[in-house]
Ligand binder design. Sequence first.
Ligand SMILES: [Zn+2]
Length: 144
Amino acid sequence: MTEEDLLGVLNSAPVIDGQVVETLDDPQLATLRDELHAIIRGEVDPSSLMPILANAHQVPVMNEQGIQWQLVAPAAELQRAELVLEWARVERELPGRLRPCANPECNKFLIDHSKPNTARWCSMATCGNRMKARRHYARRREEA
Ligand SMILES: [Zn+2]
């Protein structure tokens, strides 16, 4: 599970033509995604994720890279447990960098890797340009 996988799940309910569109087939994964959205937005306490990890544990395995920790959980829960752990890793290693897109009509998230930590959009090509154009026209209206 990587950061891209986490973002892929977080961004799996995009707004298209003003409607949130569900793209996940797994309702349990969709529920977890919605819960992570609420946690990232500060609306829900992260402790609500603990039941997902209730049956998970890690075991050491030896491979070419040395000793690694491998997640073990019931098959039906493994993906969600991995997702929660990846979210926790991003929060720990990149504090404050996982955030909602600044476009209030967007339902996507971003992980900011820029040095100044000022990225605001899920995508400059879509939300960034749209919001800049909106601000530009709003200014012109005020000047007129
Ligand atoms: Zn966006």
